[in-house]
Design a binder for this molecule. Structure first.
Ligand SMILES: [Zn+2]
Length: 502
């Protein structure tokens, strides 16, 4: 068993007795676990020594919600709300399947950017329409395995037609265009559950880094029967039931129109709101929703940057935290965030809350944001027992940052500077499962230059193809635009846009 001793570092444990107070100490890693942590651990003969002086050692960051399928669309769009952006990022009229090699590289690119940005665990809600294919899912898992990152991966599912999953869909879309969206029957619940069983058997690796999670896309996109069948599996396997709820105002209007209640209340009434549930977004949640979520003990993956990019609004973070909801931070896909950097999400999430109201004592603190980016995120991934903080017995998932960098000079407050000043540039080493996967700022398992060159080489043809797909789908644009304008003009009794009522 390999042993590594980090000596004389500043340690920010984010759990255990030290909490989020930095202290001077050593950290011993034996195999894939943290064996000891504290001041002056003494000599460990045979251990590899790492000089921690002038370095901060802290838990790896957690990206609680992303979609690897968007990784090639960095910087491709702007000024599009979700309902219009989806039309291009997830086209209704699809092109050919991405070839396996590009599928691998696309996932690898996300893993590479994540690790170099200090993310040791990501939750990839992998969506590969229209298929659920074990080979393709296996390719995604293989990319994460090769990069050495910890990952929860789903095979996201929906079985309601897109026009039946949005307010005013059928009545707005012209009949002639609706005919072009007739794709036949979606996957049956039974077939999807069978598929999940095979995926779980093939890829779940509790001893290692990779896990499968269950992800029905959203309550308005899945039948109650499918949601309940997913929930049963998730409970049985103790894996996250990971879904999207109330990202946009249009979705808030959709829930009320379809069910006469909010989508959170709808989920609750189906018996599907509980501590195993992780909700991406929850921007347009009412006070009643927040109370239900708190009582259920569910988790939220808060995607501050994506919510701003798509104009979704600002999630009521303070009220969610007050209610006892477990909060993690996510980038969402790279197409709605443009990076995989959780440091950016931390800074944005912290800053934007102060635009929600003048009561400054209710603005979030850097320590709360840092917790969400580490232990909170790990809990949303149901991995809080093994990662997310530096504690004896937990897996050794950690990052080392230089404290002589610009972001920490002068050093006033490590936690605040991590949130408000650091951008990942101070990261020197990243360890996952006791293995150093970034050293001196370089990935140890991947030939970065070769991978990036191969991706650049393949992009012109792929993006030309995607541009044609965008053109084909643009025929639906005015109609989704009309839906967006109509729904966002509705009164829903709350506002989540900055500069208006908080
Ligand atoms: Zn998402």
């Amino acid at each position: 068993m390999s042993t590594t001793l980090i000596r004389g570092a500043t340690i920010l444990a984010m759990g255990g007795e030290h909490g989020s107070t930095p202290f001077a100490g050593d950290l011993l890693v034996e195999g894939n676990r943290i064996a000891a942590i504290g001041p002056g651990l003494g000599d460990r003969p045979g251990a590899r020594q790492i000089d921690g002086r002038g370095r901060l050692v802290m838990p790896g960051l957690v990206n609680a919600h992303t979609h690897s399928g968007e990784t090639f669309f960095r910087g491709r769009y702007e000024r599009l709300p979700l309902e219009l952006w989806l039309l291009y990022a997830y086209p209704l009229l699809m092109g050919p399947l991405l070839p396996p090699r590009l599928l691998y590289l696309r996932t690898l690119l996300l893993a590479m950017e994540s690790l170099k940005g200090g993310v040791t665990l990501l939750c990839d809600d992998f969506f590969d329409p229209p298929r659920h294919d074990l080979d393709r899912l296996g390719t995604v898992f293989r990319a994460y395995e090769d990069a050495g990152i910890r990952a929860n991966v789903s095979s996201a599912v929906m079985n309601i037609h897109p026009l039946d999953a949005i307010a005013y869909g059928r009545e707005t879309m012209p009949v002639a265009l609706q005919a072009r969206l007739d794709f036949g029957a979606p996957i049956s619940s039974a077939a999807y559950i069978d598929y999940c069983r095979s995926a779980f058997a093939a890829f779940q690796d509790k001893a290692g880094r990779l896990r499968f999670m269950i992800a029905p896309s959203a309550p308005q996109r899945c039948t109650p029967y499918l949601m309940q069948a997913c929930d049963e599996l998730a409970r049985q396997w103790r894996v996250p039931f990971h879904t999207h709820i109330l990202e946009t105002k249009t979705q808030a209007v959709t829930g009320r129109l379809f069910h006469g209640k909010s989508l959170i209340r709808y989920l609750h009434d189906l018996g599907l709101l509980h501590s195993g549930v992780t909700i991406a977004h929850s921007v347009w949640v009412s006070d009643e929703d927040i109370a239900l979520m708190g009582a259920a003990g569910c988790s939220v993956a808060h995607n501050a940057v994506s919510n701003l990019k798509l104009g979704a609004g600002i999630a009521p973070l303070r009220r969610l935290l007050d209610a006892g909801v477990t909060v993690g931070l996510g980038t969402d896909g790279v197409c709605s965030n443009d990076t995989a950097r959780i440091f950016d999400v931390m800074r944005t999430a912290a800053l934007v809350q102060s635009a929600t109201g003048p009561d400054h004592e209710r603005w979030v603190t850097a320590a709360e944001i840092l917790k969400a980016a580490t232990l909170g995120g790990a809990r949303t991934a149901h991995l809080g027992e093994i990662t997310g903080s530096l504690e004896v017995g937990k897996r050794a998932d950690l990052i080392m940052l230089r404290l002589d960098s610009l972001a920490f000079t002068p050093l006033n407050d490590i936690v605040r500077q991590l949130v408000y000043a650091e951008n990942g540039a101070s990261i020197e080493r990243v360890m996952v499962e006791g293995e150093i996967v970034v050293d001196g700022g370089r990935l140890t398992r991947i030939n970065e230059a070769a991978v990036l060159a191969e991706i650049r080489e393949a992009m012109p043809a792929l993006m030309a193809e995607h541009a044609e797909i965008e053109t084909r789908n643009a025929i639906f644009h005015p109609h989704f635009e009309a839906i967006h304008r109509r729904a966002t003009a509705e009164e829903v009794g709350m506002d989540r846009y900055a500069g208006t009522r908080g």
